[in-house]
Ligand binder design. Structure first.
Ligand code: 13P
Length: 251
C-alpha cells in the first residue's frame, strides 16, 4: 500500500497566537483542497495550540506540538504532557528534534519515553533523526541514524511502528540553505526503513532546508513520504506552494 504523504510545519519559536490565527486565515481554505491527497499539520509553540484548535475547527488540517513530557500529570514545572496535548485535540508531536537534543538535553532514552506516551494517547510522534556534519564526513550517517531509530522505536510493536512518523533531518542541512541531495536522502531513508523491522508502512519525511523549489525533487523519490519544514513553513502561501509542488512530483 502506498503511504499517505505528510507535510508538517515546524514553526519552532515563531508566532504568537495572533500571528497563528492570521496564518490559518490565509492557509486553511487552500490547504483543504490538498488534504484529500496528504496529511497536513502545523506544529506550533504551546501557546498557539488553543488558537489553532479554534481556527482549524472547520478544517481537516491538523495541529501539533514540538515537544512533550511523558508523565500524564504531576509536579513537573514547565512541562506539558502528551495526555494534555491529546485533551486539547492535537494529533501530532515532534520528538527528538536536533535542536532539543543539542540545546535542551534530549536523549535517545527520553525520546523513547515520549514516543510511548504519545502513542498511548493516540497522537502521532514525528521522531527526528539525523547526523552532524562531522559524522557525515566520517561516513557515520548510517550508524548514527540507525542507532537513533533503534533507541527511539526499539520497544515498539510493528503495529505501533506503523503509527510513527520519522523525519530524517541531517543537522548540517537545518536552517542553512544547504539541503541534502535528494537521491542521497532517499538512500538514507531506504536504509532507515530496512534497518528496523515494521517500518514499511511508517511515513518517513525529509527535513532540512526544504523549500518550494526543491520539494518536488525530494517528494519524487520513492522512499520520501513528505517533509518536516522549518523556515519555509512560516509563510502560509509559501508552505502551500511547497506542498503543491511536492504532491505534483509524488503523483
Ligand atoms: P529548515 O526547514 O528551516 O531547514 O528547518 C528544518 C527543521 O528543523 C524542521 O524540523
Amino acid at each position: 500500500m502506498k503511504r499517505r504523504p505528510l507535510f508538517a510545519a515546524n514553526w519552532k519559536m515563531h508566532k504568537a497566537p495572533a500571528q497563528a490565527a492570521d496564518y490559518v486565515v490565509q492557509f486553511w481554505a487552500a490547504a483543504e483542497a490538498l488534504v484529500t491527497k496528504a496529511d497536513i499539520v502545523l506544529c506550533a509553540p504551546f501557546i498557539d495550540l488553543e488558537t489553532l484548535r479554534v481556527e482549524l475547527a472547520p478544517s481537516r488540517v491538523r495541529f501539533g506540538a514540538q515537544d512533550c513530557y511523558w508523565e500524564a500529570s504531576g509536579a513537573f514545572t514547565g512541562e506539558i504532557s502528551a495526555a494534555m496535548l491529546a485533551a486539547l485535540g492535537a494529533r501530532y508531536c515532534i520528538v527528538g528534534h536536533s535542536e532539543r537534543r543539542r540545546l535542551f538535553g534530549e536523549t535517545d532514552e527520553t525520546v523513547a519515553r515520549k514516543v510511548a506516551a504519545l502513542l498511548a494517547v493516540e497522537l502521532t510522534p514525528i521522531v527526528c533523526v539525523g547526523e552532524s556534519l562531522e559524522e557525515k564526513q566520517q561516513g557515520l550517517t548510517a550508524a548514527r541514524v540507525t542507532s537513533q531509530v533503534q533507541a527511539g522505536l526499539g520497544a515498539l510493536s510493528d503495529e505501533q511502528r506503523a503509527r510513527v512518523a520519522i523525519a530524517y533531518e541531517p543537522i548540517w542541512a537545518i536552517g542553512t540553505g544547504l539541503s541534502d541531495d535528494p537521491v542521497t536522502a532517499n538512500a538514507t531513508i531506504a536504509m532507515i526503513r530496512g534497518a528496523s523491522g515494521g517500518l514499511a508502512d511508517a511515513r518517513i519525511l525529509y527535513g532540512g532546508s526544504m523549500n518550494a523549489d526543491n520539494a518536488g525533487s525530494f517528494c519524487a523519490q520513492p522512499e520520501i513520504d513528505g517533509g518536516l519544514v522549518g523556515g519555509a513553513s512560516l509563510d502560509p502561501r509559501g508552505f502551500l506552494t511547497l506542498i503543491m509542488n511536492g504532491l505534483k512530483a509524488a503523483a
